[in-house]
Design a protein around this ligand. Structure first.
Ligand SMILES: NC(=O)N[C@@H](CC(=O)O)C(=O)O
Ligand SMILES: [Zn+2]
Ligand SMILES: [Zn+2]
Length: 444
């Protein structure tokens, strides 16, 4: 990365800041120097100008839940390709899940992922630490060492698997409290979701002849975990909330003052289980796509703050793992490049959320949950210049072939989304612009 001191000054004019009104914004030395009427006057000599009329300026997006697959599955994604996809999607920071090979269950792997992210340089890559060694659910991983490492891990998760042993979950919550960490739980009772289950259990799964798992497999774990959070006084985060029942529990827990936060994925906001009728494994994901009623409750919960944030659960898989009969295919779908468009289409174009709500749910709230000090302050003078410019009315038909991800398990292919990322800026440097990744080493 080029040092911030060499980043040219940039004056952004005409953009609607968070949808709250047009303000000029001056970026100097990688920071937001001035906001408002004085910005142009205070611009140093040779400041570049960007005319952003009609665009909305948001703080750089932060993804609490990304699978970058490196180390171990560099055929599906690398930190570099995943970072490029993230920059194109408007992200300036992502949290890389620990289900890699080797698993990120110690300081060494965590620092390796951190360094790979820095070398790529498109977004800040923060490793998530595993809760248990090897994700085996038996013994706590080196939580303290990961927290004290250069990676300063604060988010811990066995994602892909549920920490189903209540005693281990309790100990993990007690442990992370010492450094204000958070346990992000993949809530799914393995005893209620047997190994072959691959979709939502209900009338449709019966008709399709696919083994399903019930909503309650998620809800019982959410209910248990909020009680453990209350008991330990620690923080629990519910990953990929997918059912109306989970929302009910989280709403109740928050009303009690329990320190619980939650995320919803773009796919659970827009896609529903009826897509499974063609048995296309691109729609196979964990937790599964649910009935429309759940989707509508998730949207309401995101808008009213019961669900704190949107997280992609970007889960790239190679063709050999995904293109199988539905029951045998891998779980997961791409999400980084389309998340903003999906949220814009489902929540903003529909009038359920404002752009300020998008800034909260896709930047400031996830940064706060992860206790990020380097990002998520919003668009304010003095903050690092991590910014995303959005064209709110642009309609884009998603083309999987144009994705920067190495994988092609893209459920959004062919869909028209309203609202597109125009530009992403990391500490004053443009990382993506109009569908092209900028800021490669050669260009700097
Ligand atoms: N979401 C998925 O369906 N798959 C994720 C794991 C996970 O998030 O549970 C993956 O790593 O592929
Ligand atoms: Zn998961
Ligand atoms: Zn995941």
């Amino acid at each position: 990365m080029s040092p911030a001191a060499q980043t040219p000054s940039l004056l952004i004019t005409g953009a609607d800041v968070l949808g709250r009104g047009v303000q000029d914004v001056l970026l100097v030395d990688g920071r937001i120097a001035v906001l408002g009427a004085d910005a142009a006057e205070q611009a140093p000599e040779r400041t570049q100008r960007l005319h952003a009329d009609g665009l909305v300026l948001l703080p750089g997006l932060v993804d609490l839940h990304t699978h970058l697959r490196e180390p171990g599955r560099e055929d599906a994604e690398t930190v570099e390709t995943g970072s490029q996809a993230a920059a194109l999607g408007g992200y300036t920071a992502v949290f890389a899940m620990a289900n890699t090979n080797p698993v990120t269950d110690n300081a060494e792997v965590a620092e390796r992922v951190l360094d790979l992210g820095r070398r790529a340089g498109y977004v800040d890559v923060h490793p998530v630490g595993a809760v248990t060694k090897g994700l085996a659910g038996e013994e706590l991983a080196e939580l303290g060492l990961m927290a004290r490492s250069r990676a300063q891990v604060r988010v811990f998760s066995d994602d892909g698997r549920c920490v189903h042993d209540a005693r281990l979950m309790r100990r993990a919550l007690e442990y992370v409290k010492a450094f204000d960490g958070v346990v992000s739980q993949h809530s799914q009772d393995p005893r209620l979701a047997d190994g072959t289950a691959c979709c939502h259990e209900g009338e449709l799964s019966g008709r399709l002849g696919l083994p399903g798992w019930p909503s309650v497999a998620e809800e019982v774990v959410v209910a248990r975990d909020v009680m453990l959070a209350r008991h330990t006084g620690s923080r629990v985060h519910v990953a990929h909330v997918s059912t109306a029942g989970s929302v009910e529990v989280i709403r109740w827990a928050k009303a009690q003052g329990i320190d619980v936060t939650a995320e919803v994925t773009p796919h659970h906001l827009m896609l529903t289980q009826d897509l499974l009728s063609g048995y296309d494994p691109v729609y196979k994901v964990n937790p599964p796509l649910r009935p429309t009623e759940d989707t509508l409750v998730l949207r309401e919960a995101l808008a009213d703050g019961t669900i704190d944030c949107v997280a992609t659960d970007h889960a790239p898989h190679v063709r050999q793992d995904k293109e199988h009969a539905f029951v045998d295919a891998a779980f997961g779908m791409l999400g980084l490049e389309t998340a903003l468009g999906v949220v814009s289409t489902t929540m903003v174009a529909s009038g359920q959320m404002t752009w300020a709500d998008v800034a909260r749910t896709m930047s400031t709230a996830p940064a706060r949950i992860a206790r990020l000090s380097t990002q998520g302050q919003g668009v304010v003078a003095g903050a690092p210049a991590n910014l995303t410019l959005v064209d709110p009315t642009r309609k884009v038909t998603v083309d999987a072939a144009l994705s920067r991800s190495l994988s092609r398990n893209n459920p959004w292919h062919g869909r028209e989304l309203t609202g597109a990322v125009h530009m992403t800026i990391l500490r004053g440097t443009v990382t993506a612009r109009e569908g092209l990744v900028w800021g490669t080493e050669e260009q700097r």
